[in-house]
Design a protein around this ligand. Structure first.
Ligand code: VTB
Length: 337
């Protein structure tokens, strides 16, 4: 019986890899488009909660059309703190494979509330068991784009050592590099150390999913490396994106209280100091989609025009490495109002 069940899972997984993910990648774009449009109505309104709620409602409705038997593993929070899209919630119409879902209907609620750059609606899908079940704690992260030799950056090395290794790999000087870091008091020392090397820094207010993804296209974004401590859920989402684009990333959960260690243990994490490699945060076949809510370096924000609206989405999958840049003009129907 057990081996029968094992076979079944393998079959499902191979069909996900071979067929369904082609369709799902495009369907995921619809999911993030809907969430982004809903949130965009709230841009600059100063109401983070309302913007998030609008995005959550829209994303959930769209997710339930997908032909998947999905479980949210990275969501709006744990069951008792989030009314919808909580960790463990089942989504999809069940006519499809079992998959893990990581989502953030509005990554950068504050950015959206102030209408600043790079707030996104984001979803990632992986084979069941493929995404790290991270608790909602902080994660120390380091990420670079594709093309450098494996192991070029490492959380166990100093910022100066990592920057020197990246500069060497790219054939540039350290002072030619640009690091993206969240503007937080906890990063005072990191910022000082990076400044001492002569590298440039882009301090961002929020939005480190975009911050990490920026490293994969440094020619356009001007960001070569992401460093510092942000949310662990955002870390898993960014890892899913990097699995598709190529690049390197490591993450270490910050489990600095017994309560956090216990929460992580309940999610199956036994070593609180473990450094997760990219493939350990997002394993197997992975798909990722993000739609811009506000204008940013990664994606344009939603544009409302007379009778239509324009969305800008990136949709990608790891099995082929295809990165689709999708600009869509939608007729304004009741669906989007
Ligand atoms: C970061 C940021 C996110 O959470 O992950 C941040 O990139 C971490 O938390 O956009 P703090 O704000 O406590 O530093 C977000 O701001 C999203 O909540």
């Amino acid at each position: 019986m057990a081996s029968q069940a094992g076979k079944q899972t393998k079959l499902e997984v191979s069909s996900l890899a071979g067929r369904l993910d082609r369709l799902l990648t495009m369907e995921m774009a619809r999911v993030t488009e809907a969430a982004a449009v809903a949130a965009a109505r709230m841009r600059g309104q100063g109401d983070e909660m309302a913007a998030d709620r609008a995005a959550v409602d829209a994303m959930r409705a769209e997710l339930n059309h997908l032909p998947i038997d999905g479980t949210v593993v990275i969501g709006e929070g744990e069951r008792d703190e989030a009314p919808m899209l909580f960790i463990g919630e089942k989504v999809g119409n069940k006519n499809g494979p079992m998959v893990d879902i990581a989502l953030d209907p509005l990554e950068g609620t504050t950015i959206c509330a102030k209408n600043l750059p790079d707030s996104l609606a984001v979803v990632a899908i992986a084979e069941a068991g493929g995404l790290l079940n991270a608790p909602d704690v902080y994660m120390e992260k380091i990420a670079i784009g594709p093309g450098a030799p494996p192991g070029t950056v490492d959380l166990q090395r100093s910022p100066a050592e990592n920057l020197a290794a990246l500069a060497k790999a790219r054939g540039v000087k350290v002072k030619d590099l640009s690091a993206c870091i969240l503007d937080r008091p906890r990063h005072a020392r990191l910022i000082e150390e990076v400044r001492a090397t002569g590298a440039a820094i882009r301090l961002i207010g929020d939005g480190d999913v975009a911050g990490v993804i920026h490293t994969t296209n440094s020619a356009n974004t001007g960001i070569d490396i992401y460093m510092g401590i942000g949310g662990a859920p955002e870390g898993v989402l960014a890892a899913a994106a990097l699995r598709c684009t190529g690049g390197q990333m490591q993450g270490r959960l910050i489990l600095d209280t017994p309560e956090k260690v216990a929460r992580a243990e309940r999610m199956g994490i036994s070593d609180p100091d473990r450094i997760y490699e990219l493939e350990e945060m997002a394993a197997g076949d992975v798909m990722f989609a993000a739609t811009g809510v506000t204008d940013g370096g990664l994606l344009a924000g939603i544009k409302f025009r007379d009778g239509e609206l324009v969305t800008h989405t990136v949709a990608m999958r790891s099995s082929t490495g295809t990165v689709r840049d999708i600009r869509a003009r939608h007729q304004v129907t009741t669906k989007f109002i």
